[in-house]
Design a protein around this ligand. Structure first.
Ligand SMILES: C[S@@+](CC[C@H](N)C(=O)[O-])C[C@H]1O[C@@H](n2cnc3c(N)ncnc32)[C@H](O)[C@@H]1O
Length: 213
């Protein structure tokens, strides 16, 4: 392994905010803070927008709507007629997200919000139909989200997991709490899967991305 110095706080902040947020994203972030639905940062957001645009994504699943910050980034990268299907267990979070999407000017037909527990809702979605699945809900369920994503994605589609470095805990073997262990297990499952091409992006709290071959 090549020995790089860890980035300084200034370098990290420069990279995180390289693509800035606009007022619509800032308003969505404020709504997220009101209800404690921790939103992705602009580094992860820009990466998601990029992946959605590179795929020219027409069908995206998001697990963990929150107040719509990540949804806004995804919609901005997707094909102009693409539909975001977004799942959250909290109906109130989805109400705030719909406000965010409306404020950004997205037609209501572009977003399908489904209220419910991810592992109840995902099995009802269509096999092989989706270009991108973004997971940001219950960390202990990440390996199950991976199983669902592999079924939902078309060949060539991409799955992405936020918090893949989980507050610097995943890389520290002394940390054995349930969420850290679950995210570590997810990383191993992605690496070991013959049909996935992974990359770990150290943006925000870590974004694990993998293409289904
Ligand atoms: C970190 S927030 C999502 C933030 C959002 N992705 C963003 O960046 O704007 C996690 C969300 O997952 C939802 N959630 C937690 N457990 C869930 C579950 N089992 N099924 C579906 N949603 C869940 C929470 O209600 C919360 O809104």
């Amino acid at each position: 392994m090549r020995d790089f110095p860890a980035p300084t706080a200034a370098t990290w902040s420069y990279a995180e905010t390289f693509v800035p947020e606009d007022d619509v994203l800032a308003a969505a972030r404020a709504r997220a803070e009101e209800v404690g639905a921790t939103a992705i940062g602009s580094g992860v957001g820009a990466a998601l927008r990029f992946v959605a645009a590179a795929l020219d994504a027409r069908a995206v699943v998001e697990v963990g709507t929150g107040a719509g910050v990540s949804g806004l980034w995804l919609l901005r990268g997707m094909h102009a007629d693409g539909v975001l299907t977004t799942v959250d267990i909290e109906a109130e979070h989805q109400r705030l997200a719909r406000e965010s999407f409306a404020e950004a000017g997205f037609r209501t037909q572009r977003v399908r919000t489904i209220s419910g527990a991810a592992l109840d809702v995902l099995p009802r979605l269509t096999d092989g139909h989706y270009d991108l699945v973004f997971c940001d809900a219950e960390k202990a369920e990440y390996s199950s989200y991976l199983d669902e994503a592999l079924r939902l994605l078309r060949p060539g589609g991409v799955v992405a997991f936020d918090n893949a470095l989980w507050h610097d805990r995943v890389a520290d073997p002394a940390q054995r709490d349930e969420q850290t262990v679950a995210i570590r297990d997810l990383g191993r499952a992605v690496l070991d899967h013959d049909d996935l091409m992974p990359v770990m992006l150290p943006l925000g709290d870590g974004l694990l991305v993998a293409k289904k071959l």
